[in-house]
Write a protein that binds this ligand. Structure first.
Ligand SMILES: Cc1ncc(COP(=O)(O)O)c(C=O)c1O
Length: 384
């Protein structure tokens, strides 16, 4: 089936955070990380079919859902996640909190590689753990890990909270980079929580490498967090998978869940997520292509007409990282106050994000064209 991602779907008055929440009048919303695209018809059909049964009582998670997930990761990433190693949970962010509570102690230290998704540092402070931040370096318009700093940080850490693909900088880490990370976590005996929520959204020419694939022993120190919700634009279905082959980790996580009676999943969400994993390939391939074309369009607009703003290569996710350190006004002033385009100020992702801006490209092209025209107008006034 061909999807029409050019179709503009009015999301106003649906409670959408992107469109209904804190969005000033007449702003183009390119911020919150969800997509403005209709989801695959198999997901809608699965939800509709489940609705036809008139009882929504206590329901177990079907084994077929975890089998479908396992097949998906095998098929798309050539990685084996055994269904028995998957723990369904409400979301990736809540899973990070859970892992901290279940697997670390209050005085433990967590390394993050910054700028990074703002919930990372928040999850560390909200669970009273201590943050060790390592900066990424912009080398020739590519964000790279500072391995010297990473080693210093890991020497005094217990956990590495990794984001791969990396939000907001759009990097998909290479085997060489991941191997260097693995060597350090092995050397300093660090547990890795690898948030791979963006793993399915990889741009042509790049390949996502699950952290557990980096070394045969990696899976014993790794908890991988994956989710169909980002991939298939069903964020509010609220289901992620905590994957770990380490039995001690599994036991500790499950004990913590039992303590608070956590783990029952929403009955409609389960149907949607299983359908997504089972039938989502075609929709996803079409979405990636569309996002990639959006990216090429936006690159050409910035390069040709707004050259002071440098676009960092989008390797994965649909979140574009822009280096705006060479414009004379603040990013908020430029994008939001003057151009009326609502992305995210880079500083929200840490001090290292200062002077950068993040734009969500998962929108119909016409919206991006409108945004680019408004940005150009402001840019031409500043730099006639
Ligand atoms: C890296 C990363 N992790 C987690 C999330 C949110 O995950 P969830 O909605 O499953 O809590 C996001 C959302 O943008 C994200 O970018």
């Amino acid at each position: 089936m061909d999807y029409d991602f050019n179709r503009v779907i009015d999301r106003r008055n649906t409670g959408s955070i992107k469109e209904d929440y804190q969005l000033a009048e007449a702003m183009i919303p390119l911020w919150v990380a969800d997509m403005d695209f209709e989801v695959s018809h198999e997901i809608i059909q699965a939800a509709q079919e489940r609705l036809l049964h008139p009882i929504f009582g206590y329901t177990t998670l079907p084994a077929s859902l975890l089998e479908a997930a396992s097949l998906w990761y095998q098929r798309r990433h050539r990685v084996t996640y055994q269904p028995s190693d998957m723990i369904p949970y409400y979301g990736v962010v809540s899973a990070i909190h859970l892992c901290f509570m279940a697997l670390t102690k209050e005085e433990d230290r967590v390394t993050i590689i910054s700028p990074v998704y703002m919930r990372f540092p928040m999850s560390v402070s909200e669970t009273s753990r201590t943050l060790n931040e390592v900066s990424m370096i912009n080398r020739c318009n590519r964000m790279e890990i500072d391995f010297e700093q990473l080693e210093i940080s890991l020497q005094k850490s217990n956990v590495l909270l990794l984001c791969n693909p990396h939000n907001p900088v759009g990097r998909v880490f290479t085997m060489q980079e991941l191997t260097r990370i693995y060597d350090l976590v092995e050397k300093y005996d660090i547990m890795v929580i690898s948030d791979e929520i963006h793993a399915d959204l990889i741009m042509p020419g790049y390949q996502h490498i699950p952290f557990v694939q980096v070394h045969p022993k990696a899976k014993q120190r790794t908890i991988t967090l994956v989710s169909s919700t980002k991939t298939f634009n069903i964020a509010q279905a609220g289901m992620a998978l905590i994957v770990t082959a380490n039995l001690d980790y599994q036991v500790a996580i499950k004990q913590w869940m039992t303590k608070f009676h956590l783990g029952a999943m929403n009955v409609i969400s389960m149907a949607m997520v299983e359908a997504a994993y089972r039938h989502g390939d075609d929709w996803l391939d079409q979405v990636i292509l569309y996002i990639y074309q959006n990216y090429q369009y936006v690159v050409s607009e910035f390069t040709q007409h707004m050259p002071r703003i440098k676009v960092l290569p989008l390797e994965g996710s649909y979140l574009l990282w822009l280096d705006c350190r060479n414009i004379s006004i603040s990013v908020v002033d430029f994008f939001e106050t003057q151009a009326r385009v609502r992305g995210e100020d880079g500083i929200l992702f840490g001090q290292d994000g200062k002077g950068y801006y993040r734009l969500n490209l998962a929108s119909p092209r016409i919206l991006l064209e409108k945004a680019m025209n408004q940005l150009k107008e402001v840019y031409f006034t500043l730099y006639p």
